[in-house]
Design a protein around this ligand. Structure first.
Ligand SMILES: [Zn+2]
Length: 304
């Protein structure tokens, strides 16, 4: 099965583990706040990304020295299910972010965790890996982050605005909050910021390709329309020349008109400018147009 664009972007983001422990902590924070569930009663992260599922255990070990209580086999495919249920481990994780282990306080983005630039990018990368997706740019421009926590969505909105200099759109969907981007340049900026520069280029290339195709299509439609006009006009002119010949008028015409008639019969498919160019001496396109119109007009006069 071909990997989706989103899966490729995620794989790219998983190529290396954060070097600094501040960033590991920040990335885990993004993952936890945008994953399936994160609370005093347990942590559950479900992902279809094989690369992300290989990254998760290393990342949690680095950030908290904690292992998952349940994790999929290395070889498993489809949905990968990770869980932490041990109260001690959950307490360690909650405390790392300054939350009371059994507190009822709603989860939020604890600002000191995302204070440094490196950690802000790590946080949003985690959020994207756990709760984000990006659509194949050949189909549509769409990148989104989804969280079940209202307050986290509001704070992440501000964070995205700060680091990327544009505001995402936001919406509620099935009890969750979605932050999303719809403009190709914003999506490529966002992917590049997260660290997926290949995927970011993919967005830019797709856009260029679309623009090129549109240009070619417009050009073709335009050429076709012009071509059919040329053909209709040429047919009318050739019919006129035939009438003039049948009535014995053609040979009587001034040299300029006679030459124009001969050229048109010889090159029925030529446009006005092409026909003007083969005249000897070459004449202007308006002059050519004038002569051919005169031929048509004369044929109408002799037919009356
Ligand atoms: Zn950092």
């Amino acid at each position: 099965m071909a990997s989706s664009f989103s899966a490729c972007a995620k794989a790219e983001l998983c190529k290396s583990i954060p070097q600094k422990s501040c960033c590991a902590l920040a990335e885990c924070f993004g993952i936890l706040l945008f994953c399936n569930s994160f609370g005093a009663d347990g942590i559950r992260i479900i992902t279809e990304s094989r690369e992300f599922s290989q990254r998760l255990p290393k990342l949690f070990r680095k950030a908290f020295g904690v292992t998952f209580d349940q994790q999929p086999d290395e070889e498993s495919s489809g949905k990968h299910n990770f869980q932490i249920t041990s109260p001690e481990k959950i307490a360690v994780i909650m405390e790392a972010y300054g939350f009371e282990p059994n507190g009822t306080l709603s989860l939020h983005i604890n600002l000191p965790i995302v204070e440094d630039d490196c950690c802000r990018a790590a946080f949003l990368r985690g959020a994207f890996l756990a709760g984000g997706s990006v659509t194949d740019p050949a189909k549509a421009y769409h990148l989104e982050f989804t969280t079940v926590h209202q307050r986290v969505a509001r704070e992440a909105y501000t964070l995205v605005q700060e680091v990327l200099n544009f505001a995402p759109k936001s919406a509620s969907r099935g009890g969750g909050q979605v932050l999303y981007l719809k403009q190709s340049d914003q999506i490529s900026d966002c992917l590049a910021y997260l660290g997926a520069s290949v995927a970011a280029m993919g967005i830019i290339e797709a856009k260029l390709e679309k623009e090129l195709n549109n240009k070619v299509n417009r050009r073709c439609n335009c050429d076709e329309a012009n071509t059919s006009k040329v053909v209709v006009a040429a047919q009318e002119q050739i019919a006129a020349i035939r009438i003039l010949r049948e009535r014995g008028v053609l040979e009587q015409l001034p040299d300029k008109l006679l030459k124009a008639a001969i050229a048109r019969e010889e090159y029925p498919e030529y446009s006005l400018s092409e026909l003007a160019a083969v005249m000897e001496p070459a004449i202007s396109k308006p002059a050519m147009n004038h002569r051919l119109k005169k031929l048509v007009q004369l044929s109408q006069e002799v037919s009356q």
